[in-house]
Ligand binder design. Structure first.
Ligand SMILES: [Fe+2]
Length: 479
């Protein structure tokens, strides 16, 4: 059988870079160095003489590759698409572990394939491949690639760190902060591409554990017969194939009862969300992450009734609070804002409507920070409840013992709709600061049980436009 070996043309430069990183800081973040500049020593081969039944290259070459965490601990799901219904394959192996730097053998898994027509005016049938990689070890990084017959993707390096669904435990080996990119309202076009390039380079230098996209994806996933969604997913592949890309739906995902969204993004599924992944939660390190679907409050014919999500949300928060000693931070991520200062109705009548439904829950269960989007601005509030600022802002960039949730609007990644405007010249008293002329994204870092850090990056200016620490006490929850 004729065989060849996987050839990484950048191998030498990546190896040099990896070593230079280790020289600078040989002890710290060893896994993170490997995630981005792995000293891959090849070893992957595939048979070249497999017969490919009459297909064009574009039909079988894997594209729109991305990964996400699932409802199971120690597991990720890898998804990609092809335009041919042949069964795909994924190959993966441990490439580096803290206690063992010798790569393991390659493991091959055949893909599950489902068909969906993303077209509207005419057909855009795609074959969605998915493979779950289980039993991941948080002390290791892995490498994987996907393919159909002899057409294989490039090779991606990923962390073995995954959510823990057992509330009574936290990661005890990993002393590194939990780190996330938070991004909202991100589409294709010049602005979206510019943000993607900067984020990609940022993540090369400062990798994260995961990415949370706060809804409004591609503008829109279904536009131009689904081709805008395809273009967006190809655009984000360099990051989404390397870092778990966790999403929630916004108003731009509503087309065909969100089926474009749910077919493209396989989020954690459970009995409460009836297998759709439209709302879910997970623990990572010292933080509990809750992602909800605010469209349920604005769409009378939504897939789920309001009560379904509300009941789950309260149940989930109660469970999180029972474990607050171990996992003290609770964050909520959602698309539409409760507090924001744009001139649109989204920050007045619609925000008030949402506030009536959710604010009491967030306050009662002592949510720390609520991350919102939808308004194409960046904005940050005082700790706030019922329109009144509560104590807990020690200085402009430090919260201490906040007595109510802090609200952030982060909906300015870049889309064809451009910027929104902030109210001028007078803001509500709970407004701390905001930016209306920047495209960008945020970075969340949870350091330990008492300290978290957040910064907002402008891809327009190429600089950090806001940052803050939150230092917490036990006073706000009953433990
Ligand atoms: Fe929106």
């Amino acid at each position: 059988m004729d065989t060849t070996y996987f050839n990484d043309s950048n191998l030498e430069s990546r190896f040099t870079l990896a070593n230079s990183y280790k020289d600078i800081n040989p002890q710290k973040n060893a896994l993170e160095v490997v995630v981005n500049v792995s000293n891959i020593n090849s070893g992957f081969f595939f048979p070249l003489n497999e017969k490919l039944p009459g297909s064009y290259f574009w039909q079988v070459y894997p594209q729109q590759i991305k990964i996400a965490w699932t409802e199971n601990s120690r597991e990720i799901i890898v998804t990609w698409i092809s335009y041919n219904n042949l069964t795909g394959r994924l190959a993966y192996r441990k490439s580096y572990c803290i206690e063992c730097s010798i790569p393991s053998e390659w493991i091959f898994i055949r893909s599950n394939v489902s068909e969906y027509d993303f077209g509207d005016n005419f057909s855009n049938i795609q074959y969605i491949h998915s493979v779950r990689i289980s039993e991941l070890n948080e002390d290791c990084v892995y490498e994987y690639l996907v393919g159909l017959y002899s057409f294989w993707s490039e090779l991606f390096i990923i962390k073995g760190k995954t959510p823990n669904y057992i509330h009574k435990t936290v990661y005890n080996k990993t002393e590194e902060p939990v780190k996330f990119t938070i991004i909202g309202d991100w589409g294709t076009g010049a602005q979206g591409q510019y943000t993607e390039r900067l984020l990609e380079k940022d993540l090369d230098l400062r990798p994260v554990d995961g990415i949370i996209h706060l809804g409004d994806i591609a503008y829109d996933l279904d536009s131009n017969n689904g081709e805008v969604g395809d273009e967006f997913l190809r655009m984000i592949q360099p990051i989404a194939a390397r870092f778990p890309y966790m999403t929630l739906p916004g108003n731009h995902e509503y087309f065909k009862n969100m089926t474009h969204y749910t077919n493209r993004f396989k989020m954690p599924r459970n009995n409460d969300n009836q297998g759709t992944g439209l709302f879910y939660s997970f623990n990572l390190g010292y933080a509990h992450f809750i992602l909800i679907n605010t469209e349920v409050y604005f769409r009378p014919k939504q897939l789920f009734g309001i009560n379904t999500q509300d009941n789950w949300l309260v149940k989930d928060l109660k469970k999180a609070n029972e474990n607050r000693e171990q996992v003290p931070w609770v964050f909520v991520f959602m698309h539409r804002p409760i507090y924001c200062s744009s001139i649109k109705d989204d920050c007045s009548s619609f925000a008030d409507s949402l506030k009536n439904k959710l604010e009491d829950i967030f306050n009662e269960y002592s949510v720390d920070v609520v991350f919102q989007a939808h308004s194409h601005i960046y904005e940050r509030t005082y700790p706030i409840y019922n329109g009144k600022e509560k104590s807990g802002l020690r200085s402009k960039h430090v919260y201490k013992s906040a007595e109510a949730p802090i609200y952030i609007v982060n909906g300015h990644a870049g889309s064809r709709e451009g910027h929104d405007s902030l109210f001028k010249p007078k803001f509500e008293t709970w407004h701390i600061l905001g930016f209306e002329k920047d495209y960008g994204y945020g970075r969340l870092e949870v350091y330990n049980k008492t300290h978290m850090y957040y910064e907002e990056f402008s891809s327009e200016k190429g600089e950090i436009i806001d940052h803050f620490w939150t230092i917490k006490s036990k006073a706000r929850y009953n433990i």
